[in-house]
Design a protein around this ligand. Structure first.
Ligand code: BG6
Length: 508
């Protein structure tokens, strides 16, 4: 009797992934271990990978296929998120994993990848379709794409695409230079710049919420919305990534990419169709409407912070400058907050406040949309004041994914006393099922050729343009760091930035 096919079940395909090979450069790295392999394994578990599938890993470490498989098994077991590990499935999945050792600066490595791909194409019937995934250090991205080009790997019997991790460049100039070198090998349509926030279910749901319902969109503009706050707080520090993070900082690491994309999703115009370029055109248009700050405006619209040591829950937490790999005088922003002004008809005059930081009191990412207060207060002495407890729509990206709407309600009893209450939608209780991780969604999309949730050159460029004046200013500025204690909500200057507009940060 034929072996049951443990990897695929055509009836369960939500989206058909065609036969293909995924080549991961940087296959011995953290991202592969924590995110990519667990995501591929999970797709196999969900029977969402085609039978004709293979993964070819590359890194400098000498390993054969079996050693690589053993290593990947450990990663999957360690990092698989709320899913069981299935031995039989693993045995079958592991047969699809291959490995080539070699230095990404060495042309011979690309030749070895090419030879191995030719074998895989025949043995695994992948039809010449190849997704190259660049999970290397960012400084190697352009070189790897050129290596692919010189070895002729960008052409083949099937499609060829390249997925590029963030950060895409270090600033506007370097991101343009990276584009120039990539486009010398590949057309833009084959370049998939990944921003894993766009793959999060809750971020995708913003589109469903806004454009699948009739009741919110009429309110979604400057007439009814007072301000928007996007918070991405992490309780962890830099977790062994001190050397990378020291050069990046919060503005580059989170705001230029993830949170700008979230803002674009919240604020964009409805696309004419739900089709990759139609959606991306609208995101790009929004990002291009962000006002570019003049140097003299940066101080009023951007705040940098860096955490210092503190005692949290009885334990000593080191300051950023005491973290491994970080210089004792590092000027890195581990907290950044910015006011974005979107100069278009929908949003003129509505500030979008974005903040992100490490070592905050808790891990939470959410969006708070604050509506204008009722034009007059009919209930004098009625308890909560609409100006103090305004209508708020909270989109909870993570954790406790969901959406809630806060409004005022009459407190039971005599008299008209009001107090704020919430209407809540919670993913867990409404859908019950496990939600796919962002990497599962994005890998399926890239293998299927759907770039809707990937960023495009013009989008990345527009978001670099929006933060560049701040990066330029901060590059020159003398900071009095550290300026917030680990475990707190950031420097007081951030509260002052909102205070100047009569606003306050909501405590998530
Ligand atoms: C990454 C940043 O892109 O996103 C990290 O480099 C950050 O510094 C991470 O911790 C946050 O992602 P998530 O999905 O955990 O919110």
């Amino acid at each position: 009797m034929a072996e049951p096919d443990l990897l695929s079940d055509p009836l369960r395909f939500e989206r058909r992934v065609p036969p293909c090979a995924v080549v991961i450069f940087g296959a011995n790295g953290d991202l592969t271990k924590r995110k990519l392999l667990p995501a591929l394994y999970r797709l196999a578990y969900e029977r969402r990978l085609p039978p004709a599938f293979a993964m070819l890993g590359n890194s400098r470490t000498n390993m054969d296929d079996d050693q690589f498989r053993a290593k990947m098994r450990e990663s999957v077991q360690e990092f698989l998120e709320n899913s069981p590990f299935d031995e039989d499935l693993w045995t079958s999945f592991a047969q699809k994993l291959f490995y080539v050792a070699g230095d990404i600066n060495d042309p011979a490595m690309y030749k070895a990848v090419s030879d191995r791909l030719a074998e895989i194409e025949v043995s695994q019937k992948t039809e010449g379709n190849v997704l190259f995934y660049l999970s290397t250090q960012p400084s190697f991205y352009a070189g790897v794409v050129e290596g692919i080009g010189q070895a002729g790997l960008h052409n083949g019997a099937g499609w060829r695409r390249v997925v590029i991790e963030k950060p895409f460049g270090h600033d506007l100039t370097s991101s343009r230079e990276l584009d120039r070198r990539i486009h010398a090998v590949l057309p833009e349509n084959d370049v998939y710049r990944i921003d894993h926030y766009l793959g999060k279910e809750t971020v995708q749901n913003i589109l469903a919420f806004r454009f699948g319902n009739g009741i919110f969109e009429p309110l979604w503009n400057r007439r009814y919305i007072n301000n928007v706050q996007i918070t991405a707080a992490e309780s962890i520090g830099v977790e062994g990534r001190g050397a990378y993070y020291q050069e990046a900082g919060a503005l580059r690491d989170m705001i230029q990419n993830h949170l700008s994309q979230v803002m674009a999703t919240i604020a964009m115009e409805p696309p004419a169709f739900f089709e990759p370029n139609a959606v991306r055109d609208e995101r790009a248009k929004l990002l291009r409407s962000i006002r570019i700050l003049k140097p003299s405006e940066v101080g009023q619209n951007a705040v940098a912070g860096q955490y210092g040591p503190a005692r949290i829950g009885g334990a000593e937490v080191p300051g950023f400058r005491e973290e491994p790999g970080v210089a004792p005088d590092a000027r890195t922003d581990t907290y950044a907050a910015m006011t974005f002004h979107i100069d278009n008809w929908r949003w003129a005059g509505v500030p979008f406040y974005i903040r992100s930081g490490k070592r905050m009191p808790k891990r939470v990412t959410d969006i708070a949309i604050r509506f204008n207060a009722a034009p007059l207060s009919l209930f004098p002495g009625g308890g909560a004041d609409p100006a103090v407890a305004p209508n708020l729509l909270i989109v909870r990206i993570q954790p406790e994914e969901g959406i809630s709407l806060r409004f005022l309600s009459k407190h039971p009893g005599s008299g008209m006393k009001l107090r704020p209450v919430s209407m809540d939608f919670n993913y867990g209780s409404s859908f019950g099922s496990r939600t796919p991780t962002a990497y599962e969604t994005l890998l399926v999309d890239a293998m299927s050729g759907d770039a809707t949730l990937y960023t495009r050159q013009d989008m990345v460029e527009a978001s670099w343009k929006a933060v560049q004046p701040v990066l330029d200013d901060w590059g020159e500025r003398k900071f009095n760091f550290p300026n917030y204690d680990a475990g707190t909500w950031g420097p007081k200057e951030s509260d002052e930035m909102l205070g100047r507009n009569g606003h306050t940060w909501r405590v998530p």
